[in-house]
Design a protein around this ligand. Structure first.
Ligand code: MIG
Length: 831
């Protein structure tokens, strides 16, 4: 028997015989009669169930399958809009098959047995049901089997361990489950973790499309692991409600996915600065000591994070009376030093009659209940706070809009004293109940008006908690951008919170793994993410901490954090040699802040993450498909940190084209590996030819950026263009046009380089400052002009004292300095 036939036989056996634990047999959806059409939807129905296929837009098709006689309420916690303009679809209903054609897609629906194939306009299959089995069900459990071809690479699925390419290194791949889980000290292969994003991208010969399964129940994605050539997806309940999202570029897939599920709002600039955390900094004198430690050592720092010990008995919205007697004064004093405070909140208050949070929650019917109607109680923080009597917690039902509002009101206690942002922990939700460490599956939830049990709400408890927090901060401080950090969330959670990757371990494999994990999250719509620098559990060596800190310069979210009872994990905790190197790493973060902010702003508008796997920039280059020990920041910076112990060098793959070492200015030809020596004080960064890179001098925190010169670096190309976005970094005024966006363009010939700074768009203007344009150059220029003025050449030291002029530096840049007039300017460097 051929192996294909063998496989089909085997699958039939599985379909017919294999009982999932405690379940009846799997039944195939079977044959379908011809569909009925309503608007852009074809609906198929037989005795087994119902399937609706809708053209959402020219590039997006939605399929809903329910093993019942009618589809349920059309409701989603992830999707905010399906209104994407006209789909321009045509429908051809036949007796054997029906076809939906859009300008970009051709969806073939075979009736007997029922199978879905989505192809591009030219008829090349993108996503196709396996011929031997399509959709099937067993009780409330659902499953579909899709074809997985050898040349398909799989990416995304949110916060996942393992390689970037979910096919694994060779064919055969991983099986991933979506079930938000508190995984203290997780291993490099632990699954599931804290976050569920049932979205993946398929890349085939450089062409991409995505699949988003909008199902909040426990789901599983088996990527060729059980059966070669099959990608099978299962869900423990609900509907198989999925979208096929075409590219063809992978960036277009992310843009479309985040058009539907929403994007990260533009974060406050301070939240992109360096954060220092510990479980826990207390009492308040310790907090002051750490903050002052940064300023005295001239190590930049922005945020001090307060973990549970600031609380009274770990109860949310309280302060420990002895350890933090005057939090308002603490906040004000730290602000004077340029620091903000972010406080942790566990979303499950203690059962404590007489305490407002508990009493009003009970009276307002805000807590999750058991099937018998009594309030569900379980031990978890704060109930196990050492210094207080143990007692259970109760769990707000954040799937109820009124509960989100009620809970949100309590944040006033924190915003009133000037807290910078909120850190939501334990929101999988975690509970100290063996063996699941979460809530029983039968507890009841409002589910926005359609009551259900925990199986459906578990994965969105965190998302709705974050929504409550985000909306409350927006209400309480209507002029400021809210900042929320979370451990757990679901698809679409980018609208409410940044994510950190929980209780990692201080090992080199966690450091390396963070690249695949964070870039994978970026591909899944979660662009604002970071891993505890140095690792959470246990203790990093001095070198591990330093290398991790260097890597995190190009994490979207940069914070060091460590467990209770571990040694200090501050940049100065590892001796003076490492302290100096660590300072330089954090300084680099601040030098790059204009660039970092620019790329995060782009992510807020397009969904395309700032921290990118190389395949996102170079999808046609097969060398990038499995590459996850180096990554991109934006389209132009390639970052290749040291990710293994005791290594003082590494190979870096540079895709086709010219690249420049950001430190030495040395040019490299791409399309090959280069081998680098990387001493402990170095983070390799390469700049793509034609790039503009935006920097500033070192500052100690973002509050010092005003008045700093803008440093623009132009790398050679015959012509190129880039834009820089700036605003006040804090308020929502940008939504009303108070921002400044400028284009930077260059054209180069053998005789000259012309840099055109465009006229600003938007009404924001930074404080008076210099504009210093660095033009990468070969040899000595004969003349440098700005507009009609010929500029004077100075020695580098002398130029610092002059208002305008130019010089040549040792890395081959012509440095052109002048006041930033915030108007169109042309700089020409002549040979
Ligand atoms: O049960 O708040 O992942 O970052 O330091 C542990 C204490 C609860 C888990 C978080 C970790 C935090 C810790 N929390």
């Amino acid at each position: 028997m051929s192996s294909a036939a063998c496989r089909i036989r085997l699958l039939l056996l599985i379909v017919v015989l294999s009982p999932a634990p405690g379940l009846a047999q799997w039944a195939s959806l079977g044959d379908m009669p011809a569909p009925r059409r309503e608007g852009n939807t074809l609906t198929f129905q037989n005795e087994q169930g119902i399937v609706a296929v809708t053209a959402i837009s020219p590039e997006i098709v939605r399929v809903r399958f329910s093993p019942t006689q009618s589809l349920g309420r059309d409701h989603s916690y992830a999707v905010v809009t399906r209104d994407l303009g006209p789909a321009n679809a045509t429908f051809d209903v036949g007796s054997q098959q029906s076809v939906i054609t859009t300008p970009k897609l051709r969806v073939t629906l075979r009736h007997r047995p029922f199978r879905v194939t989505v192809a591009d306009a030219a008829g090349n299959d993108l996503d196709a049901d396996d011929p031997a089995q399509g959709m099937s069900f067993s009780g409330q459990h659902l499953r579909m089997a899709k074809r997985l071809r050898d040349d398909e690479q799989i990416y995304g699925l949110g916060e996942k361990n393992g390689r970037l390419n979910k096919r694994g290194v060779n064919l055969g791949g991983y099986s991933y489950t979506m079930w938000n889980t508190d995984t203290y000290r997780y291993e490099p292969d632990t699954d599931p973790l804290y976050v569920s994003v049932p979205f993946y991208m398929v890349l085939r010969n450089g062409r991409a499309h995505g699949i988003f399964l909008d199902n909040t129940f426990r789901t599983n994605f088996d990527i060729g692991r059980t059966s070669d050539g099959l990608l099978s997806i299962s869900a423990d309940g609900g509907e198989l409600d999925y979208y096929v999202i075409d590219g063809p570029h992978p960036k277009q897939v992310i843009e479309r996915y985040t058009t539907m599920t929403g994007r990260m709002p533009l974060p406050p600039r301070w939240s992109l600065g360096y954060g220092q955390s510990k479980y826990s900094y207390y009492p308040e004198s310790q907090v002051r000591y750490v903050a002052t430690g940064f300023r005295e050592r001239k190590i930049p720092g922005e945020v001090i994070w307060l973990d549970v010990h600031y609380l009274d008995g770990f109860n949310p919205f309280t302060w420990h009376p002895e350890w933090f007697p005057d939090p308002g004064k603490l906040v004000a004093d730290l602000r004077a030093q340029g620091f903000r405070l972010v406080t942790v909140i566990d979303g499950h208050p203690k059962k404590q009659p007489g305490w407002e949070v508990y009493d009003t929650g009970l009276a307002g019917d805000h807590f999750i209940k058991k099937p018998d109607g009594t309030v569900f109680e379980a031990p978890v923080w704060p109930s196990l706070a050492e210094e207080k009597k143990a007692g259970p917690s109760v769990f707000p039902d954040f799937s109820k809009p009124a509960t989100r509002d009620w809970w949100g009101g309590f944040y006033k206690r924190l915003t009133d004293i000037g807290i910078g942002g909120i850190w939501n922990d334990m929101d999988e939700p975690a509970a100290f109940i063996k063996p699941r460490w979460s809530l029983p599956l039968d507890v009841r939830h409002d589910n926005e008006g359609q009551p259900t049990d925990h199986r459906e709400i578990h994965n969105v408890w965190g998302l709705n908690f974050n929504r409550s927090t985000h909306e409350a901060l927006t209400r309480l401080r209507p002029d400021e951008r809210p900042f929320v950090l979370t451990r757990a969330t679901y698809a679409g959670g980018q609208r409410y919170a940044a994510v950190w990757t929980g209780d990692s371990v201080s090992t080199w494999s966690h450091l390396k793994g963070s690249i695949a994990m964070l870039t994978g999250m970026g591909l899944s719509g979660l662009p604002f993410a970071g891993t505890d620098v140095g690792g959470f559990a246990y203790t990093p060596s001095a070198d591990l901490f330093t290398r991790w800190l260097q890597l995190s310069v190009f994490y979207p979210f940069m914070r060091a954090h460590t467990d209770i009872d571990t040694p200090d994990q501050e940049p100065w905790s590892y001796g003076t040699r490492h302290e100096a190197i660590n300072r330089r790493a954090i300084e680099l973060r601040y030098q790059m802040m204009p660039e970092i902010y620019n790329a995060m702003q782009e992510a807020s508008v397009t969904g395309v993450p700032a921290m990118r796997p190389l395949m996102l920039e170079f999808p046609e280059d097969s060398r990038t498909w499995d590459l996850d020990d180096q990554f991109m920041w934006g389209s132009n910076l390639l970052v290749a940190p040291i990710v293994r112990d005791a290594e003082s060098g590494r190979a870096v793959y540079l895709p086709k084209g010219d690249w420049y070492d950001m430190w030495t200015g040395r040019r490299y030809e791409g399309g090959k590996d280069v081998s680098l020596t990387v001493p402990l004080d170095t983070l390799p960064v390469f700049v793509r030819a034609g790039a503009f890179v935006y920097r500033q001098p070192v500052v100690q925190h973002t509050g010092q950026m005003s008045g700093q010169p803008l440093l623009v670096y132009s790398y050679p190309a015959p012509s190129s263009e880039s834009t820089l976005y700036e605003d006040d970094g804090l308020t929502l005024a940008y939504r009303k046009g108070t921002f400044m966006r400028r284009s930077f363009r260059q054209t180069r010939t053998t005789a000259s380089a012309t840099i055109d700074v465009g006229a600003p768009e938007g009404s924001y203007r930074p404080a008076a400052r210099d504009l210093v344009v660095h033009v990468k150059w070969d040899g000595e220029p004969s003349r440098v002009t700005s507009g009609t003025t010929t500029l004077t050449r100075y020695a580098p030291e002398e130029l610092k004292r002059q208002a305008s002029g130019w010089t040549l530096d040792e890395t081959g840049f012509v440095i052109v300095k002048q006041p930033d007039r915030f108007e169109a300017t042309r700089i020409v460097v002549e040979r």
